[in-house]
Design a protein around this ligand. Structure first.
Ligand code: ADP
Ligand code: MG
Length: 737
């Protein structure tokens, strides 16, 4: 994502030089750094410390409080290993004296720690105070300031060794290791904090003045014109810094800040540069489209829409109607549609897709729908055939195992304008639709931007509708899908039964099964979900293949089916249609059923080992039930059985429940759950945007830094929408150093 301009300036600044250009880095250290992906001086400068420690003053051991997390410094006065005969556990202990009191630093079952210390060494230790009698820390982080027996490291001498009392000789260079905010890095074995710190210091000394400013410098541009960003044009964006440090200063502060505030301000500044680069990428794609492409006229004339709606059997919701109006406006406009349809599970996105396809078909253009799995493609295909074939529209299927299957009676070949439903096999070169007018991508989070673009290239700027059930907070949506307009289906079709969610531990399973059997006997159908296809011997992961025979037996004479990703496609299709037809009462499955499957009579869902699923995934799974008019039940089983109740006695001991699952059982608002999931698991995983650059962020977080994200979006928007300045019209912020 580094622009050519930024590269060129980085080269002249020497930031592309190998790390060995830095004093203190020989071939051994270069190898250790390379293990963490640090090859150039630029990499070195951008490798942020994982935290800073305030070593301007150390806590006095005498004053330590229980539970306090702090840093102390002192001399080792005794040390040794001790083994407890009864338990076989061992503890290695170092006793530290800082003149005020003694601190016991303990490492359990790590006798080899002994070789890192000597009596007489000066240490800095950081950790949590475990007890006061004696004063003790368990497994603290340590750093040796000076050692009595071992040679002082070469670098210590070079920057001025720290005196015995932990203070630097004022005549020498100020200490890097105490008396200041000190960086602590992620290390590889063999590289000490002290060495790494010294290398960073040397790199800054030699190259710090040569770090180029971002180009174009949108921050300077903005402040010169007195412009301040505001979220939605209303509220001020709360940012730590309105006065941003220059990029070079930010990189210095990233390593050796004067305060923790400076460190955070530096991080924000560097994060902003990343967001700006990301925004350039996204917004340029959109601008390109607007300037280059002429839209195909696909507004339709209702000749198919009218009979379609008349035969449907229900009326579109208000939300569906609103979204369809937005789509019609786009498809009749001058710029090709680029629209994201966000709608929670069960909100009726398929109907919107069908209606959008009709607009293209009415106008004489083909439409394709890409689904993330073969099962879903088949289901959509069946659905669209049921809806569209009575209108004489050919509906094809195109997957890895089935290429084009048109109904014999219709006698229409693939070369005709029609609708094709498929999987990513649609991207292959063999698939060439006639007059492609509309591309629909279902469950966008399963695909990357690159796949989307490849399908679009099958036509000449076809319209694009992507659909997702992952509700994305607005700012995030604008960032991730900044080149798309957003429509929201915020209303569920009427007549849906309530879904009750229950949390249980495995010891409740007999009761759960009795309940399921009763419900199935009353004519309801069930999904039973396991995280794995096969057992791998772990106790926490039951599997479809091992549970299936057991469940078949337990539910006799009811018919039980199984479904997972490794079954042949025809077999999957057969099982699903039997289930849909009510000839199979219970379906034992993996999360293959997670998206899109629509069987309204299924009202029961049991998910075992529920802790193994992400929240968004559980929400999708739960979205399979509650589609009919009767009440549905989703039962999550997780945690360990009675073993835990002996450990933590008490009446509620059998419920050591995951707080995520608890939150999940309390809401079925996909929006709320998505926020939680984003926080817990990050963005890339959910949105499948690995190609878009959002996972290259090292300083910024799309979740935590939303005001910055919005600020960057506005900066770039402002920059791109005004007449290009002479100097750098095609350049953008560099996130390579
Ligand atoms: P999703 O948004 O999860 O893809 P679907 O498109 O599968 O949801 O719709 C879920 C169910 O709701 C389907 O059975 C569909 O036929 C039904 N449905 C969609 N729109 C309406 C409506 N306006 N009124 C009644 N039922 C609807
Ligand atoms: Mg769907």
């Amino acid at each position: 994502m580094t622009s050519t301009g930024a590269h060129a300036s980085a080269e002249t600044a020497g930031l592309e030089s190998p790390v060995s250009a830095v004093a203190g880095v020989g071939s051994a250290r270069a190898r250790l750094l390379a293990k963490r992906g640090i090859l150039t001086v630029g990499d070195l400068l951008l490798d942020a410390p994982r935290r800073h420690e305030d070593r301007r003053q150390f806590s006095k051991i005498r004053d330590l409080q229980e539970g306090q997390k702090t840093t102390v410094s002192g001399k080792v006065i005794a040390m040794g290993n001790k083994t407890f005969a009864r338990t076989g556990r061992s503890v290695f202990e170092v006793i530290l004296d800082d003149g005020s009191a003694h601190l016991h630093c303990r490492w359990w079952n790590l006798p080899q720690m002994e070789r890192f210390f000597d009596v007489g060494d000066e240490l800095v230790v950081h950790g949590k105070v475990r007890s006061l009698r004696p004063k003790a820390m368990d497994h603290p982080e340590t750093e040796t300031l000076s050692s009595v027996t071992r040679e002082a490291d070469a670098e210590t001498l070079a920057v001025g060794a720290v005196g015995a009392a932990g203070t630097a000789d004022p005549a020498e260079e100020p200490s890097l290791h105490v008396g200041r905010w000190v960086p602590l890095y992620s290390l590889t074995d063999g590289l000490t904090q002290r060495a790494r710190r010294w290398i960073a210091w040397n790199a800054l000394k030699a190259f710090g003045e040569r770090i180029p400013e971002a180009d174009p410098d949108l921050l300077v541009e903005a402040s010169r014109s007195g412009w301040t960003a505001s979220a939605d044009g209303q509220q001020e964006i709360p940012l730590l810094a309105q006065e941003w440090p220059a990029r070079a200063q930010a990189i210095r502060d990233l390593h050796f800040p004067a305060s923790d505030t400076d460190a955070e301000r530096a991080r924000q500044r560097l994060a902003l540069d990343e967001f700006i680069a990301l925004q350039f990428e996204i917004q340029r794609r959109r601008l390109n489209l607007e300037s280059k492409a002429t839209a195909l006229p696909c507004q339709g004339n209702n000749s198919l829409m009218r009979p379609f709606l008349a035969r449907l059997g229900f009326r579109p919701t208000q939300a569906q109607n609103r979204v369809l109006r937005e789509i019609r406006e786009d498809m009749g406009g001058t710029v090709p549609m680029r629209r994201l349809l966000q709608g929670d599970v069960g909100s009726g996105k398929t109907l919107v897709a069908a209606a959008a396809a009709l607009m293209a078909l009415e106008s004489g253009y083909s439409a394709v729908v890409m689904a993330p799995t073969e099962i879903l493609a088949q289901q959509l295909h069946a659905n669209f055939r049921r809806w569209l074939e009575p209108l004489q529209i050919p509906v094809h299927l195109w997957t890895a195992s089935v290429k084009s299957r048109s109904e014999p009676g219709l006698n229409l070949g693939l070369s005709d304008v029609g609708l094709t439903v498929g999987t990513h096999a649609l991207i292959e070169s063999g698939f060439l639709p006639e007059r492609l007018g509309l591309v629909i991508i279902d469950e966008q989070h399963r695909f990357g931007v690159a796949q989307r673009e490849r399908l679009l290239r099958k036509g000449r700027y076809p319209h694009l509708l992507v659909m997702t059930a992952t509700p994305i907070p607005r700012t995030l949506g604008l960032t991730l899908y900044g080149d798309l307009d957003i429509s929201v289906l915020d209303e569920k079709p009427p007549g849906r039964g309530k879904i009750r969610t229950h949390l249980r531990t495995p010891d409740a399973l007999p009761k759960v099964w009795a309940f399921l059997r009763r419900e199935i006997e009353r004519g309801h159908q069930a999904y039973i979900v396991y995280p794995r296809i096969l057992d791998n011997g772990e106790e926490d992961a039951k599997s479809v293949e091992t549970e299936y025979p057991r469940i078949s037996k337990a539910l006799e004479p009811q018919v039980v089916g199984k479904l997972h990703g490794r079954m042949p496609p025809e077999e999957k299709e057969r099982v699903l249609s039997e289930f849909r037809a009510g000839r199979i009462q219970a379906l034992v499955a993996t999360s293959v059923i997670e998206v899109g499957i629509d069987v309204p009579q299924a009202t029961l869902m049991l998910i075992e080992n529920a802790q193994q699923f992400g929240l968004a995934q559980l929400h999708q799974l739960r979205g399979r039930i509650g589609r009919g008019a009767t009440e549905s039940h989703c039962i999550l089983v997780s945690g360990k059985a009675s073993a835990s109740s002996t450990a933590s006695a008490g009446p509620s001991a059998a419920v050591p429940l995951d707080p995520r699952l608890k939150a999940f059982s309390e809401t079925d608002d996909g929006f709320e759950l998505a926020e939680l999931d984003f926080k817990l698991r990050g963005v890339g995983e959910l949105t499948g945007l690995s190609q878009s650059g959002s996972d290259h962020l090292r300083f910024g977080s799309l979740i935590e830094d939303r005001p910055l994200v919005e600020f960057a979006r506005q900066l770039v928007r402002r920059h791109l929408r005004k007449p290009p300045a002479k100097h750098s019209a095609t350049d953008h912020g560099n996130i390579g150093c």
